[in-house]
Design a protein around this ligand. Structure first.
Ligand SMILES: C[S@@+](CC[C@H](N)C(=O)[O-])C[C@H]1O[C@@H](n2cnc3c(N)ncnc32)[C@H](O)[C@@H]1O
Length: 260
């Protein structure tokens, strides 16, 4: 008798708060034989995995890949081939800077069925918890999600002229390392250095930290306050609403001298 192959579920875990998991994500996690997970999946979410379920950590940090992507792809395929139910749990949404599509392509090539379960991406989750609407009448007509990650030593390959739009909210994933380059390129393309900007560290978690500043001062703030990954950068007029609408932890202005 031939082996039953279950679909591999590529599941978004959201930005950290376990209450942001979808009902489908929770059901699949609780029904899986094996959960293959990333560094960005929070402890509180890992606590929801039943004790008897096999866990495989393939934790990816931006510059320190624990397991090469090809090996992750092959791990998923091999476990699925063995007839076990696999959940591939990824921070945020699997299809937003999550390489979920690469994993899905590999499974397709291997003839293994899969399903994608969307998660709340960091741009939505972190800003909601920081009281920053991505769009707001009269302030932001559109929103752009961009990656601030470049290959080591290389410049960021982004269309700065199109990004330097005062009517757009810019959300930058993985932007900490290149924050000075991002500031310089955006201001050179015409965006005012006085544009409100913020960095949200550990968004949606109890220790969420939201630092409010301007685009011009953002690199000094990131460095001076020693912000660490995961941190999301938001640039745009809507950041100015965080003081009024922030509700999880109060947003803090970037007061470098006070910290010194
Ligand atoms: C490799 S990307 C993965 C994005 C993920 N697929 C998503 O949809 O949110 C990792 C980056 O997302 C951002 N990020 C994810 N979770 C975050 C959180 N809880 N707080 C702040 N930033 C977060 C950070 O910029 C981090 O460097």
């Amino acid at each position: 008798m031939s082996q039953t192959i279950h679909p591999v579920y590529l599941v978004g875990a959201g930005p950290g708060d376990p209450d942001l998991l979808t009902v489908k994500a929770l059901r699949l996690i609780q029904d899986a034989d094996v959960v293959v997970y990333d560094r960005l999946v929070s402890e509180a979410i890992l606590d929801l995995i039943p004790a008897g379920t096999t866990r495989i950590f393939v934790g990816k940090a931006s510059r320190n890949h624990h397991m090469p992507q090809e090996q992750i792809n092959e791990t998923l395929a091999t476990i699925a081939d063995s007839g076990r139910k696999v959940v591939r749990l990824k921070g945020g949404d699997p299809f937003v800077f999550g390489r979920g599509s690469e994993e899905a392509m590999h499974l397709t090539q291997r003839g293994i069925p899969f399903q994608i379960v969307p998660g709340i991406t960091a741009a939505s989750g972190c800003t909601a918890y920081a009281g920053i609407p991505l769009t707001h009448r009269g302030m932001a007509k559109s929103v752009r999600f961009v990656t601030g990650h470049a290959q080591s030593g290389e410049a960021l390959d982004l269309n700065w002229d199109s990004l330097a739009d005062p009517d757009t909210t810019l959300v930058i994933y993985m932007g900490l390392t290149n924050v000075a380059m991002i500031r310089d390129e955006l201001t050179a393309a015409g965006l005012s250095p006085a544009t409100p900007a913020c960095a949200i560290q550990n968004g949606t978690l109890a220790d969420q930290r939201t630092v409010i500043t301007t685009l011009g001062d953002l690199p000094d703030c990131v460095e001076g306050l020693n912000l660490k990954a995961p941190t999301l950068i938001v640039v745009g007029e809507v950041v100015g609403l965080a003081g009024e609408l922030g509700w999880l932890n109060p947003a803090q202005p970037c007061e470098l001298e006070a910290q010194a």
